[in-house]
Every structure is written in structure tokens, then in C-alpha cells.
Design a protein around this ligand. Structure first.
Ligand SMILES: [Zn+2]
Length: 68
């Protein structure tokens, strides 16, 4: 069964190494970017869509949640 063998190899070595490096890089990149919004009153960090507008802070109720 040549087809099954190829699929197994894809999931085995090829898929494993490709998945590891790809997800690792993405996680590091996201971390270095930091939060999308920060509350100027209490310092709470929000990790939301940067295009999203947060009007009030869910932590302190402040209205100074600014995009970073
Ligand atoms: Zn706040």
C-alpha cells in the first residue's frame, strides 16, 4: 500500500518537524508583539484583535483602554 505509507510518513517525521518549528515560531512572535490593548488605569492587558475597540476595562471599569 504505497499511499498509506506516504501518509504515515507525512504524519511521522515530515509533519512532526514542520509542525514543531511552525508553531514555535508563531508563539514566540505573538509573545514579542505583546498585548493589543492596555488599560491606562489599572494596567490590565488585553489580547484582542488590534482593530477592535475596547471602550471599558473589564477589570476596573475604566474607560482608558488604549491600543498599544
Ligand atoms: Zn482597568
Amino acid at each position: 500500500m504505497p499511499l498509506l505509507k506516504r501518509i504515515t510518513r507525512l504524519f511521522g517525521d515530515g509533519g512532526d518537524s514542520a509542525d514543531g518549528s511552525a508553531t514555535g515560531r508563531e508563539a514566540v512572535g505573538r509573545k514579542s508583539v505583546g498585548p493589543s490593548h492596555v488599560c491606562q488605569s489599572c494596567g490590565k492587558e488585553y489580547f484582542e484583535n488590534p482593530s477592535m475597540n475596547i471602550r471599558t476595562c473589564g477589570n476596573c471599569g475604566g474607560v482608558k483602554v488604549e491600543r498599544v
